[in-house]
Design a protein around this ligand. Structure first.
Ligand SMILES: Cc1cc2nc3c(=O)[nH]c(=O)nc-3n(C[C@H](O)[C@H](O)[C@H](O)COP(=O)(O)OP(=O)(O)OC[C@H]3O[C@@H](n4cnc5c(N)ncnc54)[C@H](O)[C@@H]3O)c2cc1C
Ligand SMILES: Cc1ncc(C[n+]2csc(CCOP(=O)(O)OP(=O)(O)O)c2C)c(N)n1
Ligand SMILES: [Mg+2]
Length: 585
């Protein structure tokens, strides 16, 4: 019998198995076929049983990589990503990835080994209270001490991770629970069906109030957030925008949820959003927030945010309502379902005057955009993003790290397709890009995947280059090498008198580093060499690294200084000696 056939037999007929076998059989039964992990003493029985099951295990180089890979896998596919680690330091190494997933509501399940139940609480070798440690950064966690509890815990964990507002769940399993046996009854371990909280039914009068506000608004703006992707509501949001002729601003995590090239799309809002998006929000008389949580990077200060606008907040988590911004109408529920109820109340509207006013406000800002300026031959990070977008026809999945390059990617790689931007928004976790990109490629092997990382963040998880080689992961890596912890340097330039304390960065020769791993690479200094390098990377079967040596003291514009209002942006400088080639327009 093949592994798959044997597992299928376990799934249909109750059988006596060890806890370790129950774990894998349950995961297979739930459709999990890829996990990211790293072994150790307290999880060894689980690793010993792995060979009997049809599961691909991706051996990471650091457990942080495993949780980010599970996260990237989930963001790219919409499925739950699974990470495995041993007790103690293995479990604590997962923590940054778990917090990253928590902040951005990403469904992952982390499975950790734990010391045997008899010695729990004795400071046994590699014992750490990982359920205690992760309590505030998981949606839920379990400590399992008996083999018969493993299947229900895992099935429940997977359900919790992806239901309602998604998020990370941790299952900690003692070594004796893995070693001992029990009757495995997959069917009996099924969790109770997920029932949305009764609060999540939208009252008819709230729907009517929302529809009235939308019908009568003169200057409405849709705020398109990450919840659109999570609710699979892209089509409904598009119908709302098109039928009612309402312009759309997106959050960082909402990029791709509404096509960048759509005429109603204004682009990204917030701290590094374009001035016309933020100005439109400030002047709006109605904001329709769709699956976004009014993060402080998005609103500037609450007191000055969209002062004349009524706010309709469509959101699945009641805790988000009135948390940062007071809602005039709250529609608490799954976005797609709410919109399906709302759309029949909205026959249409003429929004041209407002759209014209916004278009007119683009004028000077667009002129100062690097895209529209003369090309001096210098290599700017914005150029790299713009050219990457053009060459890949906007179809790649891009996993970014955190910093200036992340913001330039958001501004210049135009995402028309959902789940094509994988980025850490809420926690802003440096080191995320490389492992998250690996996870995305494992989830979507037929997609072109680009990792875009700063010289700083790349060094935080560069050890995963070896994972790429061992697991034959075919991804492209672009390092935006500005010789600085660029985003921090920018803050020092603007707000700390250019005191560049601890931000200049010495790095290894990244091409040599790649070479040491058996990954080919190339350095690019001039814009003229960019396209050939990118095409070489794309044509190469297997991973490829490009070290883009970009302008060092470049800054991301526009920028809203912390604590300022949305319209108090630092605009792009008036003069910029760069030229864009005509075909890029
Ligand atoms: C250096 C840096 C700079 C940044 N600058 C910006 C910036 O300029 N602009 C910007 O926008 N962001 C910026 N961010 C990101 C920012 O910090 C937030 O992560 C981001 O704005 C959050 O977007 P969101 O609210 O759409 O997504 P999330 O934080 O993921 O919130 C999504 C919301 O949707 C809800 N939801 C989930 N599923 C459903 C469903 N089925 N139905 C209804 N609701 C659902 C969730 O409960 C949640 O409240 C920056 C981050 C970094 C690291
Ligand atoms: C783990 C972690 N540590 C520190 C920070 C603070 N931080 C935000 S951006 C940044 C600089 C990033 O530098 P680099 O990776 O080179 O990207 P760049 O901004 O230069 O594009 C730092 C240090 C962070 N976000 N994450
Ligand atoms: Mg840098």
């Amino acid at each position: 019998m093949s592994n798959q056939e044997e597992t299928n037999a376990h799934l249909t007929t109750p059988t006596r198995l060890t806890g370790a076998e129950i774990l894998w059989a349950t995961l297979v039964g739930e459709g999990v076929h890829e996990v990211f992990g790293y072994p150790g003493g307290a999880i060894l029985p689980v690793y010993d049983a792995l060979r009997k099951f049809p599961i691909r295990h991706i051996l990471v180089r650091h457990e942080q990589g495993a949780s980010h890979m599970a996260d990237g896998y989930a963001r790219a596919s919409g499925k739950v990503g699974v990470a495995v680690a041993t007790s103690g330091p293995g479990a604590t190494n997962l923590v940054t990835g778990i917090a990253t997933a928590m902040m951005d509501s990403i469904p992952i399940v982390c499975i950790t080994g734990q010391v045997s139940s008899k010695v729990l609480g004795t400071d046994a070798f590699q014992e750490v209270d990982i359920t205690g440690i992760t309590l505030p950064i998981t949606k839920h966690n379990f400590l399992v001490t008996r083999p018969e509890d493993i299947a229900p815990a895992i099935r429940h964990a997977l359900q919790i991770a992806q239901s309602g507002r998604p998020g990370p769940v941790l299952v900690d399993i003692t070594k004796d629970a893995q070693q001992n046996s029990a009757i495995f009854d997959f069917e009996a371990a099924k969790p109770r069906p997920y029932k949305p909280h009764p609060m999540l039914t939208v009252a008819d009068n709230a729907l009517r109030d929302a529809a009235d506000l939308i019908r009568t608004a003169k200057r409405p703006v849709i705020l398109a957030g990450h919840g659109i992707l999570q609710s699979n509501a892209g089509e409904q949001v598009r119908t709302l925008a098109e039928r009612m002729q309402i312009p759309v601003g997106t959050t960082l995590l909402g990029l791709g949820a509404f096509p960048a090239s759509h005429p109603l799309n204004l682009g990204m809002m917030g701290m590094h959003g374009e001035s016309w998006v933020n100005d439109a929000i400030q002047q709006a008389d109605l904001l329709i927030a769709c699956g976004m949580r009014f993060d402080d990077r998005v609103i500037g200060t609450p007191a000055t945010y969209a002062p004349n606008a009524k706010k309709i907040h469509i959101e699945i988590d009641p805790a988000e309502i009135n948390k940062n911004i007071k809602a005039d109408v709250a529609l608490v529920g799954d976005l797609r379902q709410v919109l399906e109820h709302l759309l029949p109340l909205l026959p249409g509207r003429d929004g041209q005057q407002w759209l014209n006013a916004i278009a007119a406000s683009k004028g000077t800002a667009a002129v100062r955009d690097i895209k529209n300026l003369p090309d001096s031959g210098h290599l700017y990070a914005a150029h790299v993003m713009h050219d990457l977008w053009r060459i890949t026809e906007g179809r790649a999945i891009v996993a970014t790290d955190v910093g200036q390059h992340q913001m330039w990617e958001a501004q210049y790689y135009r995402h028309d397709h959902p789940r094509t931007l994988i980025t850490s928004g809420g926690l802003g976790t440096m080191g995320f890009a490389l492992p998250a990109g690996i996870g995305a490629k494992v989830a979507c092997p037929d997609k072109e995947v680009w990792v875009i990382a700063g010289d700083g963040g790349f060094q935080m998880t560069a050890s995963e280059l070896a994972t790429i080689v061992q697991e034959k992961i075919d991804i492209n890596i672009a390092i935006i090498n500005n010789g600085y912890l660029g985003m921090v340097r920018q803050w020092q330039e603007f707000f700390y008198d250019k005191n560049y304390e601890s931000t200049p960065l010495v790095s290894p020769d990244f091409v040599k580093l790649a070479d040491a791993h058996g990954i080919p690479g190339i350095a690019v200094r001039d814009r003229g060499d960019l396209e050939a390098a990118v095409q070489t990377a794309r044509a190469h079967k297997g991973a490829f690294l490009i070290n883009f040596l970009v302008e060092q003291e470049d800054s991301v514009y526009p920028m809203i200084p912390a604590g300022a209002a949305l319209h108090e942006m630092i605009r792009r400088p008036g003069h910029n000696p760069l030229l864009e080639r005509p075909e890029d327009q």
